[in-house]
Design a protein around this ligand. Structure first.
Ligand code: 13P
Ligand code: SF4
Length: 311
């Protein structure tokens, strides 16, 4: 039996034995998506409810951290705690505190790609699918927003509000490489395809896109669209999620691993089947978040949900 199938079977067995579930981000390798009980975007997975005793988070570390904060009664495991994120790493609590002192009346809206310690200082926590809605609903014309400057620019354009970016230049090392020129090349190569872009991409790419949304929103849009072919401006693992969930349509990455090393997020790529198996066997690496920090971050999540539910 090929090694990959063996690993998949062993992981499935371990999940049953240990009463564990695997939450897998949409960017995971195809094989990791196959062993995941739920796949989704970072916000969706954070709010997932489960009866299992153990959650293995197949995604980057800030995602495992927020699962631990929101599920204090579960054991949350990260297969590789070194799987960071350039956005999450770009904003620390001390920097955010300084901005809060500079703009004491401005609500703090943080993108979900932040550490739990930074989230604990936020008023609202958003994903790319909720950022514009939340900022529009806030009763303030000045908003502190971080850490993604591209998403901040997009929100500023869509809402007309003054967005104070913290840090001024936070970037995702994958999406920051996309350009209008790459879009034009892809459009020439795939003349029947329309372009879906993740809002972490630069504004020039978002302006050229036919659809802008989070990874879950891309799946939804592709399912419902009358079009059958899509150029996808986001991390290349997303092609796996789209092919699994929308098997009757065609998806082309804006950049491939052959054309640019930036196609694959090096942090997401650190989560492998081998590491997931070891994580389940040895129950490593447990992610612990101090209760007080977890409570504050949880309040910010709940405040956001309440705001979004308000008409
Ligand atoms: P989503 O929340 O859209 O899944 O994006 C997470 C991420 O890391 C994008 O690079
Ligand atoms: Fe972070 Fe970018 Fe990787 Fe997403 S793709 S985890 S934003 S570095």
């Amino acid at each position: 039996m090929p090694k990959i199938e063996e690993l998949i079977n062993e992981i499935k067995k371990l999940k049953k034995e240990k009463n564990a579930v695997i939450l897998g981000h949409n960017y995971m390798d195809y094989s990791v998506q196959l062993v995941s009980d739920f796949t989704g975007d970072s916000y969706d997975l954070a709010l997932k409810k489960t009866d299992a005793k153990i959650i293995v988070f197949a995604g980057v570390y800030f995602m495992a951290e927020q699962a631990a904060a929101l599920n204090p009664d579960k054991k949350v495991l990260s297969p590789d705690p070194n799987a960071g994120c350039s956005l999450s790493d770009s904003l620390d609590p001390e920097t955010l505190k300084r901005y809060k002192e500079l703009y004491p009346n401005a609500p703090v809206v943080l993108y979900v790609n932040t550490s739990i310690y930074t989230k604990a200082l936020a008023d609202y926590i958003v994903t790319s699918s909720t950022a514009v809605k939340v900022v529009k609903k806030l009763n303030s014309d000045v908003i502190i927003f971080g850490p993604d400057a591209n998403l901040a620019n997009y929100v500023e354009r869509q809402t007309g509000k003054k967005i104070v970016k913290v840090p001024p230049n936070g970037r995702c090392i994958v999406h920051a490489n996309y350009t209008r020129q790459l879009v034009e090349l892809a459009r020439r190569k795939y003349p029947n395809a329309i372009l879906m872009a993740h809002p972490e991409s630069p504004l020039e790419v978002l302006q050229a896109a036919d659809f802008v949304g989070s990874t879950n929103q891309m799946i939804q849009f592709a399912k419902e669209s009358k079009y059958n072919e899509f150029i996808v401006a986001t991390e290349i693992g997303m092609i796996n999620a789209l092919q699994l969930k929308v098997p009757n349509k065609k998806f082309y990455p804006l950049v491939t691993t052959e054309s640019c090393a930036c196609a694959r997020c090096p942090y997401m790529a650190m989560i492998t089947l081998e590491k997931i198996k070891r994580s389940l066997e040895e129950e490593i690496y447990e992610v612990r978040v101090p209760l007080e920090v977890a409570q504050k971050a949880k309040e910010a999540f709940e405040r956001t949900v309440r705001l979004l539910e308000k008409s």
